[in-house]
Design a protein around this ligand. Structure first.
Ligand code: TNX
Length: 673
């Protein structure tokens, strides 16, 4: 009989009870036929095991962020059929949802063989509810029951349509002029990809319904009008994007009427006049924590366009990976784009022992940027500096102070993850990298991160402390030095204001922002970029992520603001408070209805509103370990946020939105069962 090594891991979370601290338990079972000895167990998944946690049954031999390595007691042998149990208590961040726990594990044997471990989703003790995945379905109302006759998301400024006819088979686009012609081509390609074989665009010979695209100067850049007649439709706009948006609305009306006759109609008279309430209707996608191939990103952009979202904030670097080709520094991708056992970046967030990851070549980036442009979407790259740079530092160690000693930790438990503002050698490196990127992104919008620099950042760097003494005084430098090696002292940048870390970061950001301005770029940053007030407000914008009040206050100081509060617009947060919902929980939870109801401009003064650029959905990818989780977390909340950007708050209606949103496409096609 051949011997077989087969291992499986079951994990459980026991919530706290009176006098009993919560416990995270990992059980490794040998389901093979040979004893397993001389081995280590490695697990990864969003949950982190703090160094301060008490571990029973094993030694936590190393950990980086959520990657943990456990060693069994000396001489331990896991016999066939036996289970080894490890319990961790005292985690500083409790598990709240099933996707928090370990979702990948592997064992490494003494001879370095990697054995994959079958890992089942973490169960909560006391909860037997079915674990949820896939987008929640929003059924289209029965015939006669829709609150509105036409199916459109986001809802237009004015809908005054009359009459009803059977849905045409498709649209025959008749266009003259550059903007109309390019928009017609972009629309045809869009629907061919999003809704293959429906034949939404088709010639008259195939019963295409006449749609005339008419240039109408004086309309806004994203505005359009639809005028319905008994036998045709006119789309009027002044720009490519205006025409495209008019066609998207028409395409949505047609699909609704075709697929749900009796519920929705195709008008024969009247008009739709439309333009967005807000200029910036963004979506951020974190491709560092999980990698999304260019095919996935391309389809995602098409879905954004179908929601009339117009900014793609592409989060290309973080602690866990660097995702874009840079000619001058090939290690950024040869090292920074891959995680795996024994690599400079370990298996994290559900990646396995085998190398996994990927990056976008420059050619792929150009294609995606061009696709976005054809769909009215500007792509904004983000390179997150000076914090969240673990991967970048593994690839280019020169970005540290060579004399740095000791350790500080980020809020996600990465050690020493910030490039060092006081090391002059970093500036030519950063500028070279940024120059290559500026060349790829014609939007000339460049987001530089600036979030979550740890409280103790650079506290063991002689260069940083000298710089701090120079700009902030000896006392500040001395107090900053004391933050070194305080393992639990990771902090988050929301409370670093005024500290040594904030002062050093501000110096850095001011300098980088000037550099970007010299290249004609507007600099974006997360709200912490305002600490120290050293960036030029007239050439920058900030994304506010804590609360609307913080965003409004920053707008009052003169910063152009994009509103993306974690509680409502972070699409990694779960849809509900229960264990069976996947997703994160640090900012709470938000179901589609809560996200929809939220008013991003509530409480803003008129003066502050002058600096309200718009809104943004943020898709952080820590919990997206499975594409069915992605679909559940992103849809339909993405459309709820799109409507907040497009439709004036007073015209929003959950009843209408929830009747229509079931028609919107999702990325992977995973629906909840
Ligand atoms: C905070 S808010 C982060 C990200 C995480 C996210 C998870 C902000 C700008 N940074 O690094 O992915 O929380 O929700």
């Amino acid at each position: 009989m051949t011997s077989l090594t087969a291992l499986s891991l079951a994990t459980t979370w026991t919530p706290a009870e009176e006098d009993v601290p919560p416990a995270y338990t990992l059980r490794l079972t040998n389901s093979g036929t040979t004893p397993v000895k001389d081995f280590k167990l490695f697990v990864s998944g969003p949950a982190r095991i703090d160094p301060t946690a008490e571990i029973e049954g094993a030694t936590l031999s190393s950990r980086i962020s959520n990657h943990s390595e456990f060693g069994p007691p000396a001489g331990f042998v896991l016999q066939p059929g036996a289970t080894w149990t490890i319990t961790a208590r005292g985690l500083s961040y409790p598990l709240r949802h099933w996707s928090d726990g370990a979702n990948t594990a592997y064992v490494v044997l003494g001879d370095s063989t990697i054995v994959p471990v079958i890992t089942t989703p973490t169960q909560a003790i006391g909860g037997n509810a079915k674990l949820l995945k896939g987008a929640a379905r929003f059924p289209v109302p029965e015939p006669g029951k829709s609150p509105v006759p036409v199916s459109i998301v986001p809802w237009p400024k004015s809908v005054a349509v009359t009459g009803a006819r059977l849905a045409p088979a498709g649209l025959d686009l008749q266009h003259l002029g550059e903007a109309a012609t390019s928009a017609a081509a972009a629309f045809a390609a869009l629907v061919e990809d999003l809704f293959p074989v429906e034949g939404l665009v088709r010639p008259a010979a195939e019963a295409g319904y006449p749609v005339r695209l008419i240039a109408r100067q004086g309309l806004g850049a994203e505005a359009y009008e639809l005028a319905f007649a008994a036998d045709s439709v006119e789309v009027r706009a002044a720009t490519h994007t205006g025409f495209l948006y008019g066609l998207i609305t028409l395409g949505q009306i047609l699909r609704g009427a075709a697929q749900h006759p009796g519920t929705f109609t195709f008008p024969t008279g009247g008009a739709i006049d439309d333009e967005p309430a807000m200029r910036w209707r963004g979506t951020h996608l974190d491709v560092a924590r999980q990698f999304y191939s260019s095919a996935e990103v391309s389809r995602f952009l098409k879905i954004l366009a179908w929601n009339k979202l117009n900014r793609f904030h592409w989060h290309l670097s973080d602690d866990e990976a660097w995702r874009v080709e840079i000619d001058a520094y090939p290690t950024l991708t040869s090292i920074g784009a891959w995680r795996g056992h024994g690599l400079p970046i370990p298996a994290l967030l559900g990646s396995s022992g085998e190398p996994s990851g990927g990056y976008y070549t420059k050619a792929a980036v150009r294609e995606i940027v061009a696709l976005g442009e054809s769909l009215g979407i500007l792509t904004v790259p983000e390179i997150d500096v000076p914090g969240h740079c673990f991967a970048m530092l593994q690839a280019i160690p020169e970005l540290r102070d060579p004399g740095e000693h000791g350790e500080y930790y980020s809020v996600q438990a990465f050690p020493n993850n910030c490039i060092n503002p006081a090391n002059e050698a970093i500036y030519p490196i950063i500028e070279t990298i940024f120059d290559e990127l500026i060349d790829l992104f014609p939007s000339k919008l460049f987001h530089i991160g600036a979030d979550e620099v740890p409280l103790g950042a650079w506290s063991g760097s002689p260069l940083a402390l000298a710089k701090l003494a120079q700009v902030g005084g000896e006392a500040l430098a001395a107090s900053h030095a004391k933050r070194l090696n305080q393992v639990t002292n990771h902090g988050g940048a929301d409370h670093i204001e005024g500290t040594g870390a904030a002062v050093l970061q501000a110096e850095f950001l001011g300098r980088i922002q000037k550099f970007l301005a010299s290249r004609g770029c507007v600099t974006g940053g997360w709200e912490e970029a305002a600490h120290g007030d050293l960036i030029d407000k007239s050439k920058s914008y900030l994304v506010g992520w804590r609360t609307v009040e913080v965003a409004a206050a920053l707008a009052g100081q003169g910063y152009d603001m994009v509103v993306a509060p974690g509680q409502r617009y972070y699409l990694d947060m779960s849809n509900g408070p229960v264990w069976s919902e996947p997703g994160a929980g640090w900012a709470g939870w938000s179901g589609p209805e809560e996200t929809y109801a939220f008013d991003p401009a509530q409480g803003w003064t008129d003066e502050q509103k002058k600096h309200l650029l718009g809104i943004q959905a943020c898709i952080w990818s820590e919990p997206m370990t499975d594409r069915a989780i992605f679909d559940r977390l992103v849809f339909p909340r993405l459309s709820a946020i799109a409507e907040a950007g497009w439709t004036p708050h007073a015209s929003k209606s959950w009843k209408r939105f929830s009747a229509l949103v079931g028609q919107m496409p999702i990325l992977y096609g995973h629906w909840a069962e």
